[in-house]
Design a protein around this ligand. Structure first.
Ligand code: PLP
Length: 381
């Protein structure tokens, strides 16, 4: 199987796995326990917290471990909105874990503004500025999109929200592996990340919350209990997951720039090979305003669901994995203004750390060959 679906999830890096295995085998004590074994585990968690904090240009006291980005997004949005009431601003292309939180707040009586995006999937700082009201409790805009890879102008939006004194949350789940993050430069008050998008484990994530924000207001926790994570996220900490996340972040910090260049090269090889074999249109850009490792494209006259069902040796997707059970056309591509036919033919391809040149060439040939299936030959979806 040629795995080209790194926006859905990444494999665990063997270095990360070795650290997690060692911790799981040997350091099982509860980090909240006062005995020596517990204190040793707490030190491992503290080290990982420091690594993540450095990576984000934050303080250790601003890092909260969660079960993933979905929880981090829920905690950020509901946690802040709960205290402030009023109005929430987001965009039409956010991940469902943001959009559904905002929809939930809408049902609870908040006003929610969902900003439209341009043809590249981008929102402008000006749109955000124009949407703000005296009672705006929170703005939430993602760093990079999980279907069309668009990088949003977070620093510009951050200047607008800082000036207005409105808390700003950024879902950095897809961007963290590729875009430099400094929370102060970006002007964000809250930022989410996930382990399994950066060659770390599933089921662990991070919410950064600035000390300044926690000094100004109490965030409401989603989980009450043992008071872990300074009362914001109760529950015994996932030691192996957190150590794995820390190791994954350390690897990212070391290799991100040269790796991004290599991945952009592989994506170019894939697109070049495919362009000699079939007709397609790009739905995402391949320049500086987009993630380097991923592309969304529409194969002319092809039903992508059928294509995927017949592509047994290549893993690509038709859109967000978290949404792929849905029969609805992609809301992200719809927000870009693409026609239903073009959305129906769209696939998302993303290369990764362990992808080789031969694999992308073979994958392009297999994708092209699969488009040759006519409806009588198509396997059951
Ligand atoms: N946000 C974005 C942009 C994502 O792509 C994803 C996962 O696909 C999530 C949030 C959810 O992350 P997790 O799987 O860690 O809950």
């Amino acid at each position: 199987m040629i795995y080209l679906d790194h926006q859905a999830t990444t494999p665990i890096d063997p270095i990360v796995l070795a650290e997690m295995t060692s911790v799981s085998e040997r350091q099982f004590a509860n980090p909240g326990s006062p005995h020596r074994a517990g204190v040793a585990v707490a030190a491992l968690i503290d080290k990982a917290r420091g690594v993540v904090a450095r990576f984000l240009g934050a303080r250790k006291s601003e890092i909260y471990f969660t079960s993933g980005a979905t929880e981090a997004n829920n905690l950020a949005i509901k946690g802040v909105a709960n205290r402030r009431r009023g109005h929430v601003v987001t965009t039409a292309v956010e991940h469902k874990s943001v959009l559904d939180c905002c929809a939930f707040l809408g049902v609870e009586g908040y006003d929610v503004t969902v900003l439209p995006v341009d043809g590249e999937g981008r929102v402008s700082a000006r749109q955000v500025a124009e949407s703000l009201r005296a009672d705006t409790a929170l703005v939430s805009v993602m760093l990079a999109n999980n279907e069309v890879s668009t990088i949003q102008p977070i620093a510009e939006i951050g200047r607008v929200t800082r000036h207005a004194g409105v808390p700003f949350h950024c879902d950095a789940t897809q961007g963290a592996g590729y875009v430099d993050i400094d929370v102060d430069e970006l002007g964000v008050d809250l930022l989410s990340m996930s382990g399994h998008k950066i060659y770390g484990p599933k089921g662990v994530g991070v919410l950064y919350v600035s000390d300044d924000l926690t000094g100004r207001m109490d965030l409401v926790p989603l989980c009450h209990g043992g008071g872990q994570e300074r009362g914001l996220r109760a529950g015994t900490l996932n030691t192996a997951g957190i150590v794995g996340l820390g190791a994954a972040v350390e690897l990212l910090a070391e290799h991100r720039t040269e790796e991004s260049r290599r991945l952009a090269g592989l994506r170019a090889v894939f697109l070049d090979e495919l362009s000699h074999l079939v007709d397609f249109e790009l739905n995402s850009g391949t320049g500086p305003g987009f993630l380097p490792h991923a592309v969304s494209l529409s194969l002319t006259g092809v039903d992508a669901q059928w294509l995927l069902a017949s592509l047994t040796d290549v893993a690509v997707s038709t859109g967000s994995a978290c949404n792929s059970a849905s029969e609805e056309p992609s809301y992200v591509l719809t927000a870009l203004g693409l026609s239903p036919e073009r959305i129906m033919g769209s696939i998302r391809v993303s290369v990764g750390r362990f992808t080789g040149r031969d694999e992308v060439v073979r994958a392009a040939r297999l994708v092209a060959a699969a488009t040759g299936h006519d409806s009588r030959e198509r396997p059951a979806a």
